[in-house]
Ligand binder design. Sequence first.
Ligand code: HEM
Length: 469
Amino acid sequence: MCRELKKYYGLYRNINVDNCCNVVGMNTETNSQTMTLSPLCERDSQSRSCGGVSLSQPLDPIAAVTAPDPYPFYAALVAERPLYFDDRLGMWVASGAEVIENILNCRAFRVRPLNEAVPKPLLGTRAGDIFGQLVRMRDGASQAALKQAVCSAFAPVDTKALVRRSDAWMQHLLQAHPPADRRVGSGGTPPDIACALPVYAVGSLLGTPSDLLPSSVFWMEDFVRAIAPGSTPEQIARGSAAAENLVAVFQGLLQQAQFPDRRNPRGMPVNLGLLSSFARSACRHAGHEEVTIIANAIGFLSQSYEATAGLIGNTLIALQKRPELRRKLEDEPAMLGSVIREVARHDSPVQNTRRFLAEDKTLAGQDMRAGDAVLLVLAAANRDPAANPEPEHFDPGRFSPARPNPSLFTFSAGAHLCPGAKMALALAQGGVQHVLASEIDLERLVAGFGYRASQNGRIPVLRWETTRS
Ligand code: HEM
């Protein structure tokens, strides 16, 4: 437990941080162009030629996540192989909107590999304990009951108020996040202002005291690195220490919220923020225990963290590239909500997710086997012309109420549809609107940006420090 927690709970433990940099895909402006893939690679017969694309293009859909412009590659996948087995990755890759929609709505496709509820390297660790409790990582009845509790707790959140809060947090962070004091997370990348914003906003909604918010950002950075695929033992150790700190924060909050009320013989918490409303609905819907409630509160932060930062960053990049849109927004600030939705479609912060097949299945003419893994390229499906006409065209007007709803895969679909989508859009809107209203020079902010190393998140690292003189 950290120094701040000592103050809070009267306990003490040190946290180590290291110092290295891990930013990939430094941006070089590229233009979208059509491209063609080489002939389909046959399962079990060849591997290295599977990508069949020039070296300047991503070799596979995981490398594409942080590539400067993955969209011609995705367009070729959608057109030529909406579902194929990628020998290089050892898994199926789905990119067509229809295929992805089918998979997301089919119970045979699970969020975890069969017999591996928790990734092996995380077993027996604090980070693994949290992972195993997350609604995001469960399937079937236990997921459905917990999901209902999450949705009931999120439903009353006032998104207009959240836009205002997020705007205020952005203002606070721009003033109070001095670069000299920037610690480095276990991914080697300092959690920047766009990453800090969702932790501050969702953390404070959950009831986290404001003096614990700065540390919560670092704990979250360490936690998400630990549970990401391919994490090192050191990252897992740091993520576990971070998880312990976050558990202590939420345990403390739940204890504060307990009250011996005769009308409530189970002593359930009341009205102390989103955490206590989630605790109440979790108990009502499924009799969940404190350990599940706390793990999922940490999950709300981890689900928000990089994805919302990516939405904020990708919106600022989209606006930097389009001065005419910025001018239009000055006249019509209410348009910002549609701009952010279109960024979510056009340049999604979450590019892919995964599923694991529980039984043999034939889909889109392909025979798939129980145990097979599938990478669902949500960002490619967003640009499938069968789902959204003129998909390459950046058009916030798609989201006007007068037009039919566009297809948006960024927040997934089916049983695991993101329950925080409205909150995420509100957080991004508040953050971006504050940046636009401030003196910040967008050109300097995005100059030479790169992306955080990630297998699924397209999260730009912007130069917030250059915005301060
Ligand atoms: C731009 C920001 C965000 C994006 C792009 C995003 C995207 C997603 C996606 C794609 C999933 C489902 C993954 C899958 O089906 O495999 C998901 C699940 C989830 N998200 Fe979000 N999310 C965002 C922000 C948030 C926020 C702000 C919260 C909460 C405060 C949140 C809470 C959750 C939870 C709890 C789940 C698990 C739901 C389940 O498995 O049933 N997300 N999100």
